[in-house]
Design a protein around this ligand. Structure first.
Ligand code: ADP
Length: 584
């Protein structure tokens, strides 16, 4: 891989101390002695040049690789846009695997199951996360023809994937993450729903139940529904839908697991049904993919586009330009990435899916003084995402004119309806941005702040203390800032009950726990409306929330067209990742 010489006038990236810690631990390339061989500036230049170099493959490119490298460098170091972690870690570096999201098929044979275990290990080593549907596996206690024994079923095989994940420390970067999905009509569904009820069980898995519309209708009507053997589609039993739904709700109330995905809705949005059916998503749920498909993500930091001079406070022109450059970046990532399996390379190159999303949304709301739990915030969410989706599609069309449409275009829904051509089968996804948001110094994804000031445990027990800068500035501006106030805020996380502060500020500077659960869900749905793939969002519930609250959230998600839901009731699990002094 060639790296262009670093221009002398390349500005230093403006990164905060937290970002420094994160970069040094996991992102900077290291020599044989474990010492970093690059700094933040050379990291971003490495990534910018490796991704811009792909431009040379295309005759009609309006950019030279040099000019584009500089544009990509400014894009990232201005914290307007960051690609997903594997791209920052591996672009222009020996590993060269740049995607965060993979889905692998798990077939109903020993060979296929253990192939999937091996493939997952290779992906984890490169920093990617894997999703699997276990729905094709024969149920527990089925006959095994070749041995005369009995099958152990999906859940017991999941433990093998879990253990393998535990053992593969990802090339010194990150420990693997998995999504395990089982269809609601699989005969082992009850065992699956309860498989994480013991603490520490299947720790390297997020699990979700794939709900069908048929099942949801059976719940509504109080009817039974069929359990089906995946091998021959024979009906082998039935269950009361409402009872199973109640069990799902109860388990989510107890521990947050399992989540749910609406698999029919996901497949209605499958842009290439001719290439297969979607059975699973990536680990955090925002990226439904076909078996053997991978996707690279990237996120725009909205807080940077706050413009106090603009009529509505947002620099829409700057945002639009950023979307166009980001789409070119992500399309180039596909060419620059080396995938661990030929089947994956083939699938990725056929569909060329990318997932452009956002982070810093809660920060933007703070800056605009709009409460997260307001209809104004929902309208803003729709407007922002409609713009990003529209511009991302237009950028993908521009690339198609330069480079040709994605190879599976003709047989895709776009090709069939003459809607393109596009360069990418999908362009938008909203990721959690767990570490990206630390690097960019903004709020993560579309989530509200967890706390206005808090201590954050990152990687190997390190602890970082942070106060939201927009909150601090607003307190100073209002003349309310004091050390004792900040101490109280760090203890409580929220200012909802600090009566001496003006009400307008208490309304605007809300945190996840101050927000009624239904607003979390409405926000997710507002973003989903203009997102090709899915939206990563946790619906936070207070500890006192009831199972009935969760049931309502699930139904609302179904009715509002979400592709899945994850709820989390405060304090229901030990060792929360983020914690306030009192809460955690
Ligand atoms: P980041 O901010 O590090 O780029 P996100 O928090 O946005 O990552 O997560 C995006 C996706 O990256 C996840 O849905 C998952 O597919 C993958 N991912 C995240 N964390 C891990 C991990 N520890 N191991 C493997 N994959 C991960």
């Amino acid at each position: 891989m060639t790296t262009l010489p670093m221009p002398a006038d390349l500005p230093e990236p403006a990164i905060n101390p937290n970002a420094q810690v994160v970069l040094a631990k996991r992102y900077l390339q290291k020599g044989p002695d474990g010492e970093p061989t690059e700094d933040a500036r050379s990291l971003f230049w490495r990534v910018a040049t490796a991704i811009a170099a792909m431009e040379a493959h295309y005759d009609k490119s309006p950019f030279t690789p040099e000019a584009l490298a500089r544009a990509f460098y400014d894009l990232m170091t201005g914290m307007r846009f960051l690609p997903n972690s594997p791209t920052l870690m591996n672009a222009g570096a020996p590993l060269g695997q740049l995607a965060a999201c993979f889905v692998l098929p798990v077939g109903d044979s020993m060979e296929e199951i253990f192939d999937a275990v091996k493939f997952a290990a290779l992906i984890h080593k490169s920093g990617g996360g894997t999703g699997f549907s276990f729905s094709r596996l024969r149920p527990k206690k089925s006959r095994v023809g070749s041995t005369g024994g009995v099958a152990s079923g999906p859940v017991s095989f999941m433990r093998i994937f879990n253990t393998a994940t535990e053992q593969v420390k990802q090339g010194g970067t990150r420990r693997g993450a998995n999504m395990g999905i089982l269809r609601i009509d699989h005969p082992d569904i009850l065992e699956f729903i309860t498989c994480k009820e013991r603490e520490n069980e299947l720790q390297n898995f997020n699990i979700s139940v794939a709900l069908t519309e048929r099942f949801m209708q059976a719940v509504e009507k109080g009817e039974d529904y069929d359990l089906v053997d995946p091998r021959d589609k024979r009906v082998v039993g039935s269950q009361n839908a409402a009872e199973v739904f109640s069990l799902l709700v109860r388990k989510a109330w107890e521990s947050g697991d399992p989540g749910i995905v609406f698999i029919d809705r996901i497949n209605r949005d499958n842009p290439t049904p001719a290439l297969g059916e979607i059975e699973s998503t990536n680990p955090c749920g925002e990226q439904p993919l076909l078996p053997y498909e991978a996707c690279n993500l990237g996120s725009i930091n909205l807080s940077v586009f706050f413009d106090p001079e603009a009529e509505d406070g947002i620099d829409w022109k700057g945002l639009t330009e950023t979307v166009h450059l980001a789409v070119r970046f992500l399309d180039n990532v596909i060419d620059a990435s080396r995938y661990p399996l030929d089947q994956i390379t083939e699938m990725v190159r056929a569909n060329r899916k990318i997932g452009l999303g956002i982070m810093g949304f809660a920060d933007l709301l703070y800056l605009l003084r709009i409460p997260y739990d307001s209809t104004e915030a929902l309208s803003l969410a729709e407007k922002v995402m409609e713009t990003i989706q529209g511009e991302a599609r237009s950028a993908s069309k521009t690339l198609a004119a330069e480079r040709g449409p994605f190879p599976a275009y003709a047989e895709s829904v776009f090709g069939k309806r003459n809607l393109g051509p596009y360069r990418n089968a999908t362009t938008t996804t909203i990721a959690p941005t767990g570490t990206l948001s630390i690097i960019a110094g903004c709020s993560s994804g579309i989530e509200p702040l967890f706390a206005l000031a808090f201590s954050r445990h990152v990687m190997d027990g390190e602890k970082l203390v942070e106060a939201n800068p927009h909150f601090v500035a607003a307190m100073q501006e209002a003349g309310a800032y004091s050390e004792s106030l900040m101490e109280e805020v760090t203890r409580k996380g929220s200012i909802a009950h600090i009566g001496m502060l003006p009400e307008e500020l208490r309304d605007v500077f809300v945190t996840a726990m101050d927000i009624e659960p239904v607003w979390h869900l409405k926000m997710q749905a507002a973003f989903q409306k203009y997102t090709d793939n899915a939206v990563s969002k946790t619906v936070n519930l207070p500890n006192k929330a009831t199972k009935e609250d969760i049931r309502e959230i699930y139904w609302l998600a179904y009715e509002l067209g979400c592709k899945g839901v994850t709820v989390y009731r405060d304090g229901c699990k030990a060792g929360q990742v983020l914690c306030t002094g009192e809460g955690g």
